[in-house]
Design a protein around this ligand. Structure first.
Ligand SMILES: *Cc1c(COP(=O)(O)O)cnc(C)c1O
Length: 397
């Protein structure tokens, strides 16, 4: 709920759910309709090729499940693997952690590789592990493209190279929930077998759709995969989708919203979407530097263009900054999760955003930090971000 004591819009700067474009809100304001009507396929069928354009796949299949991103993780695993299968996953933040946890609970043998939080995937370690796996017992590599908890983006092309260098047949599963539709992502070029995404981040929708891209190789693996599955069965979904329907009642308004949000992404152009996210992120990073603070990302190469986790100085509680930002300024910042709870606050800078909106978040974070006594110079972060935005405006008139 937005802070109703304060008029005007709530400044939503958590890294998901993201702001809903007005066009999407209007598109979702529809009466209910018959999801088995003869015209329903007119809405449904074009969604799949459009999603494939966002995933950048020609040969893969796109799936739309009524679920959050977590359901997408489960769909990826249960449709392709068998109980006890070995998979490699590196843990460097709350989301990579949760995917591992789900795999373990569901009955996979996870080779968990710990990495420092603030770093990302280590392709060399993956290559080494796969090379040692002479009998090809490892069936999949799980990689979190954008670790939303720490603001870290990993190089997925490098993970593919590592798998190829080891000449290993393992499938590559990628969590792209906070990257797809915001950061460059290339399913075919990077040899990704399953990409998992969700509606409430780069797709600028409410939560409720798990959006997946699945390669031919992963679909084929499904023919022998023994994991139990019912609701998330790819085959049932593919069969119904072919006719423009779903095996069960779809989340109707979300489908209308998805149609609209895909149009918005294509109207701007995916390359421009990626450029805008980088540009907005550069402003936030300049602000962090001007405050004399550090991002959670340990090196610039890990910097995420969709979310920045900002480490507060020793002796201060990041949760207090978030609370004040919300209560006094109607600004929602992202919390530090698990191992970085109280140590970081996060600014989500993805989705339907522009420069002045981001400056609002930077200004609010700055005020909240001053209010809790963090010694930043008033106006310094805003000025630094302004300089970045003025030097290279998004739109040149
Ligand atoms: C948001 C997010 C998820 C999925 O979360 P849900 O709440 O289940 O939608 C998964 N992975 C990453 C990296 C995320 O940012």
């Amino acid at each position: 709920m937005s802070n109703s004591r304060i008029p005007g819009k709530n400044f939503l700067f958590v890294p998901g759910p993201t702001n809903l474009p007005d066009r999407v809100v209007r598109a979702m304001a529809v009466p209910s309709e018959d999801h088995r009507s003869p015209i329903f396929p007119d809405l449904v069928k074009p969604l799949f090729p459009a999603l494939k354009k966002v995933f950048k796949t020609e040969t893969g299949a796109a799936f739309i499940f009524p679920a959050s991103g977590t359901g997408g993780w489960e769909a990826a695993i249960t449709n392709t693997l068998s109980p006890g299968d070995k998979v490699i996953a590196q843990r460097f933040g709350q989301f990579s952690h949760l995917w591992i946890d789900l795999c373990q609970r569901i009955g996979l043998d996870v080779i968990k590789q710990e990495r420092e939080w603030g770093t990302g995937n280590d392709p060399e370690l993956i290559e080494e592990t796969l090379k040692a796996d002479k009998n090809h017992e490892i069936k999949a590599v799980l990689a979190t493209h954008n670790e939303t908890a720490t603001g870290v983006t990993s190089d997925i092309a490098a993970v593919r190279k590592a798998i190829d260098a080891a000449k290993h047949p393992a499938l590559l599963f990628v969590d792209g929930v906070s990257s797809v539709g915001s950061l460059p992502f290339e399913m075919d070029a990077w040899g990704v077998d399953v990409i998992v995404s969700g509606s409430q981040k780069g797709f600028m929708l409410p939560a409720g759709l798990a959006l997946l891209g699945v390669s031919e190789k992963a679909l084929k693996a499904g023919e022998t995969a023994q994991m139990r599955r019912a609701y998330f069965e790819f085959k049932d979904m593919l069969n119904a989708n072919k006719q423009g329907y779903f095996p069960y009642t779809p989340a109707l308004p979300l489908l209308y919203g998805l149609k609209e949000s895909l149009s918005i992404l294509f109207e701007e152009g995916l390359d421009q979407v990626y450029k805008r996210h980088h540009h907005l992120a550069e402003g936030v990073r300049a602000a962090v530097a001007a405050w004399g603070l550090k991002p959670c990302a340990k090196e610039p190469k890990w910097n995420s263009d969709t979310v920045t986790a900002i480490v507060v100085p020793e002796g201060f509680d990041a949760a207090k900054v978030i609370e004040i930002a919300y209560k006094r300024y109607n600004l929602a910042l992202g919390a530090g999760l698990s191992e970085v709870a109280g140590k970081v606050f996060r600014i989500g800078h993805l989705g339907d955003l522009n420069e002045l909106m981001v400056l609002g978040a930077v200004a609010g974070a700055e005020m909240a930090m001053l209010d809790v006594g963090i010694p930043v110079t008033a106006g310094s972060g805003v000025a630094a971000a302004q300089a970045v935005y003025r030097a290279n405006p998004l739109l040149t008139v």
